[in-house]
Design a protein around this ligand. Structure first.
Ligand SMILES: *Cc1c(COP(=O)(O)O)cnc(C)c1O
Length: 375
């Protein structure tokens, strides 16, 4: 195995992927520029249709970001003041932020130690008469056990809003994420599995009434031209992003398979290494590895991370602080130790370099150096 790192290895690399589709993308973008049609129009509608087909739903509504997708989803189901929404404390802030933004209260429950995803038994235990919805996050590209979660949700009449931001293309029991709950929310932020060249997002559902409501809400609450029945927002996907996403969607399965190969190779060489725990895929799901996140044991995560950094290997910590202990949620009254699995994950997680174009030699360097630092 190669020991020295001649060129540093990034945690992710979006420039390299662009270079493989540069000709296609630049031609298409120039056509949009020449067309003068920058907002809405057939390119956005075309992408919505293609993404609905890909996800296996009847409706797709494009919007400005994954955050807006989640916000609009809550609004479409009339979730607001006085309502509680259950979610995970081990996620990006956007998942919880939107609950607060609509005036509802986030209720954090602990995660499962193996998958880093919401613990479904704890969801069931946290339901009160005020609970309206649950937001499962398919974290790092690994799908939540949606069979178990939908059983709990149906028994209590809860809306299930899937946060699919890190999991475009993943499936649970043969169904794509974003088609299993009542509504799916996607982000096309550049580093996601399907990433644009700027901000972007989409909402998927099989409910035509909710879809119609979403189309009104994302256009300033405009029901008919210049006629408004409720307060909405401006949340559009622009035509340049739509055409880029149309092109990239055609490669998504290939790229996701490459990520799966990278993950399989990491697993093969790291699975038995003392001092770390590799991520495991649940039997019913197929993940898409937005991140390959190990646990470094023995309080050594930050040390190992800086040693790898010195050797030119870049890693990330998603996420260093659980949301229930963030200053912004102090008023909710959570205490240290209350959600111990999530809290411990924040101390131990380390996301290794992961992108479809990562070479085997580069992976070998990551593996060799990680083992060497741990030894
Ligand atoms: C990226 C992300 C979002 C937000 O998406 P944006 O497009 O950046 O607004 C929401 N939830 C999770 C889990 C994410 O990773």
């Amino acid at each position: 195995m190669i020991q020295s790192v001649n060129h540093s290895i990034p945690a992710f690399d979006i420039k390299q992927q662009y270079s493989t589709i540069e000709a296609e993308v630049s031609t298409a973008v120039l056509e949009v520029l020449a067309s003068g049609r920058y907002i809405g129009g057939p390119l956005v509608a075309g992408f919505e249709q293609q993404f609905a087909t890909y996800t296996g739903v009847t409706e797709c509504i494009a919007c400005n970001s994954g955050t807006d997708a989640l916000f609009l989803a809550l609004r479409a189901f009339n979730i607001g003041t006085g309502d509680e929404v259950i979610t995970t404390p081990f996620t990006f802030i956007a998942t919880a932020e939107v609950i607060s933004a609509v005036g509802a209260k986030p209720v954090f429950v602990d995660i499962d130690a193996t998958t880093f995803n919401l613990n479904v038994e704890q969801v069931a235990a946290a339901i009160t008469p005020k609970t309206k919805a649950v937001i499962p996050v398919h974290l790092f590209g690994q799908p939540v056990d949606m069979t178990a979660l939908m059983d709990v949700a149906e028994a209590h009449n809860l809306v299930v809003i899937e946060d699919c931001a890190q999991a475009t293309g993943a499936n649970w029991a043969g169904q794509k994420v974003g088609s299993i709950g009542h509504i799916g929310c996607f982000s096309f932020y550049p580093t996601k599995n399907l990433g644009g060249c700027g901000d972007g997002g989409a909402i998927t559902t099989n409910d035509p009434e909710i879809a119609a409501k979403l189309r009104i809400l994302k256009e300033h609450g405009q029901k008919n031209r210049y006629y408004y029945e409720e307060i909405g927002v401006n949340s559009r996907l622009d035509s340049i992003q739509a055409v880029i996403l149309q092109i990239k969607l055609r490669y998504l399965d290939i790229w996701n398979n490459q990520r799966r190969q990278v993950a399989a190779r990491y697993h093969q060489f790291l699975n038995q290494v003392l001092g770390l725990i590799t991520p495991q895929e649940l039997a019913g799901g197929m993940g898409v590895w937005n991140q390959y996140t190990i646990r470094v044991l023995g309080n050594k995560r930050d040390l190992i991370r800086s040693q790898l950094q010195e050797r030119g290997i870049n890693t990330m910590v998603y996420y260093p602080h659980p949301l229930h202990l963030q200053p912004v949620y102090e008023s909710l009254g959570y205490k240290q130790g209350q959600l111990p699995v999530a809290e411990q994950a924040c101390q131990e997680v380390l996301s290794l370099p992961m992108f479809p174009e990562l070479l085997e030699e580069q992976q070998d360097q990551v593996i060799y150096n990680l083992k060497d630092c741990l030894a």
